[in-house]
Ligand binder design. Structure first.
Ligand code: ATR
Length: 266
């Protein structure tokens, strides 16, 4: 039996087991997806232990995405983002990838949205923001980045071609000049808040939220009301998982099956 899993702290409410095991079932793979919650000081021994035990692959989440860079060989995208969310133990040394970045791009592709030369307002320069910024930039998008802590937005914009940094107060003006609006912050998670005011959104916008609890955030409710294309946080979750599955198994991810399994829980 092959063993895959998620390493993070906490990981109790993760939907990744459901997502991945639906794909194993589809292909009749003898595989399981487990969750592991090591103490922060044990991360190095946990990664080496996973390798020694023959675990095939691990997803990595908060707070370990940056720390595991030291114990794997990151690909160039993970290196630029400075974070790994997928480890492939079939390579020696284990290889680190970042499927949050490619997952976001695939979520847009799923909705037939062209990213080449698209103007994007990216709100948030934390872990998710960084990954999405690099993924979208690689796909040819032009980014305008805002973040509550302005220094973080500046640092991210400086590390990317075709990106500028702005203050949160500039959101209304920037939104009116951008085709795509993305919330990558935790604002809206379990609360009725949005950093992008409803009156900034028109029917010509494409609006994405990475928050998936609730699945229809205040931001997405405003987008739907305005007649914009809305892409909820489930799509990025789905495609980052799909991409990890493909890296580990070499098989094409059964998107419809994985999406159905995920949507039952969202
Ligand atoms: P993740 O890995 O989920 O992206 P993170 O790296 O902690 O988590 O980033 C959280 C993001 O949400 C950051 O952009 C954070 O802004 P700061 O860099 O200023 O901390 C943003 N964020 C969280 N709460 C916020 C709030 N109440 N208002 C504005 N931005 C907020």
């Amino acid at each position: 039996m092959k063993v895959f899993g998620l390493i993070g702290n906490p990981v109790g409410h993760s939907l990744s087991p459901i997502l991945h095991e639906s794909a194993y079932n589809e292909y009749n793979l003898d595989a399981r997806y487990a969750t592991f919650e090591p103490a922060p000081e044990d991360i190095e021994v946990a990664i080496h232990g996973a390798e020694a035990l023959g675990i095939q692959g691990l997803n990595v989440t908060i707070p370990f995405k940056e720390q595991v860079l030291e114990f794997v060989e990151p690909d160039s995208l993970a290196q630029r983002i400075d974070a790994v969310n997928t480890i492939d133990f079939s390579c020696t040394p284990p290889r680190g990838h970042n499927t949050d970045a490619t997952g976001a791009v695939r979520a847009f592709e799923h909705h037939d949205i062209t990213l080449e030369n698209a103007t994007v307002l990216l709100v948030g320069a934390g872990g998710a923001g960084k990954a999405i910024a690099h993924g979208l930039n690689d796909a040819g998008a032009i980014l305008k980045i805002t973040n509550r802590t302005e220094e973080r937005a500046r640092t991210l914009a400086e590390s990317i071609d075709d990106a500028t940094s702005h203050r949160l107060s500039e959101i209304p003006e920037i939104a009116s000049n951008c085709e795509i609006l993305i919330n990558t912050t935790s604002v809206g998670m379990g609360e009725e808040e949005s950093l992008i005011p409803a009156d900034c959104i028109t029917k010509n916008h494409v609006v994405m939220d990475v928050v998936y609890h609730p699945i229809q955030t205040t931001l997405l409710k405003s987008a739907i009301k305005a007649g914009a294309v809305s892409i909820d946080g489930g799509w990025m979750l789905l495609y980052q998982g799909a991409e990890s599955f493909e890296i580990w198994t070499g098989k094409s991810a059964p998107i419809a099956t994985m999406n159905e399994a995920l949507r039952e829980r969202l």
